[in-house]
Design a binder for this molecule. Structure first.
Ligand SMILES: [Zn+2]
Length: 79
């Protein structure tokens, strides 16, 4: 395990990062995703939307707006 790079995935249903414990997607995961998707906001949105849909049903203490912001608000959106 120790020689594996940390997997910054979400723990559920609390949606904290399993590697660093900060709200998911954490800073490191955001960085990895940007690399993975080459900063393309459309690809990032497609990737994260299914997570957002699950999170909406599990993070009921957050408003839809807060969740949108957390999952989709961190990369430069084309509008
Ligand atoms: Zn993390």
């Amino acid at each position: 395990m120790a020689d594996q790079p940390a997997l910054h995935g979400p723990s559920r249903p609390d949606w904290a990062c399993i590697a660093c414990g900060t709200p998911w997607p954490c800073l490191m995961r955001r960085r990895q995703l940007k690399e993975l998707c080459q900063c393309d906001p459309d690809v990032l949105r497609r990737y994260l939307t299914p997570y957002l849909q699950v999170a909406r049903t599990e993070l009921t203490e957050l408003t839809a707006e807060q969740l949108d912001d957390r999952f989709l608000g961190w990369f430069g959106e084309r509008s």
